[in-house]
Design a protein around this ligand. Structure first.
Ligand SMILES: N[C@@H](CCC(=O)N[C@@H](CS)C(=O)NCC(=O)O)C(=O)O
Length: 309
């Protein structure tokens, strides 16, 4: 049987022959992991070690050439079983309890219908521990634990999520368009994100600059992009749409009438907000963070004190 279109295995459970679950609970846990593997990769088959037990019968399409495991773990100790539970699909975000550079990640995960957990940095020591553990490749957050990886660099994180959840267009050309729109949003977003950190005497100037750039440079492009379609690129939702909704809602918090001359963007906002996953995210008590306040700015300055001397 040839099934070339079968998705690549992204997760496999590798159980050493010597591993014997010592308690019924561990046996149950191991069986649960096998089910997790089956549901995530289609077979749960481990081919990478001769001493592994296949969790499902090998099939002709499951050859080393067409299987690409991104995380395999040998289980010989109960702690490792628990470690694999941690790796079995939980997405954990490490950042401040505020928007900043993590908010777009929250938006994208939410739009994709992915549940996530958050660890909030409130103390300098937490940041130092992440540094000492080697979790921060460039000594920066956001950090996202996903699919057994520790991802940093917000663009890399967003690219991964978009690629994984079919929010990145149908081909390379669509992807290039999505990237252009997303980078435009990101330039505008940078102005919005920096506003709370602007000294009081410069705030008005910063706001005027943001308004002028939004109206003259960025929003006309998105308005035009939405002229023929409800999505920015192609005929399906992409990360560019999610980022555009995020940034336009943020802009309106600071400049409530900013969209008055952009009817297509207004209509786009309403349609996007009605999507079930996004509607859930925007509900009170949802994962969306409120606008930054002084407490948030203070925490960021304390945790990243080296930047604010
Ligand atoms: N290019 C990085 C920038 C991340 C970044 O600047 N993170 C800040 C917090 S929002 C940080 O951790 N700064 C610590 C430092 O630069 O030492 C990204 O997009 O993730």
């Amino acid at each position: 049987m040839s099934q070339p279109d079968r998705p690549h295995i992204q997760f496999s459970l590798c159980v050493h022959a010597a591993y014997k679950p010592r308690t019924p609970a561990l046996l149950l846990l191991t069986l649960c992991l096998a089910v997790v593997c089956r549901s995530r990769c289609g077979t749960g088959l481990c081919y990478s070690s001769r001493s592994c037990w296949p969790l499902a019968p090998p099939t002709s399409y499951a050859t080393p050439e067409n299987i690409t495991p991104c995380c395999t773990l040998s289980l010989s100790q109960p702690e490792q079983v628990l470690k694999l539970v941690e790796m079995s699909g939980k997405v954990v975000l490490h950042y401040f309890n505020g928007r900043g550079k993590m908010e777009s990640v929250r938006w994208l995960l939410a739009a994709a219908g992915v549940e996530f957990e958050e660890v909030f940095l409130t103390k300098r020591e937490q940041y130092e521990k992440l540094l000492n553990d080697g979790a921060l490749m460039f000594q920066q957050v956001p950090l996202v634990e996903i699919d057994g990886m520790q991802l940093v660099q917000s663009k890399a994180i967003l690219n991964y999520i978009a690629g994984k959840h079919n929010l990145y267009g149908k081909d390379l050309k669509e992807r290039a368009m999505i990237d252009m729109y997303s980078e435009g949003v990101s330039d505008l977003m940078e102005l919005v994100i920096m506003y709370p950190f602007t000294p009081p005497e410069n705030k008005q100037k910063h706001l005027s600059n943001m308004e002028q750039k939004a109206k003259d440079r960025f929003l006309p492009v998105f308005e035009k992009g939405l002229a023929q379609s409800q999505f920015l690129v192609g005929n399906q939702l992409s990360r560019a749409d999610v980022h555009l909704l995020e940034v336009t809602l943020m802009l309106q918090e600071l400049l409530p009438t900013i969209l008055s001359t952009f009817p297509k963007i207004q209509a786009f906002q309403e349609k996007m907000k009605a999507l079930p996953t996004i509607s859930k995210f925007l509900q009170p008590g949802g994962a969306r963070k409120p606008p930054p306040d002084e407490a948030y700015v203070k925490t960021v300055k304390e945790v990243l004190s080296h930047l604010f001397i």
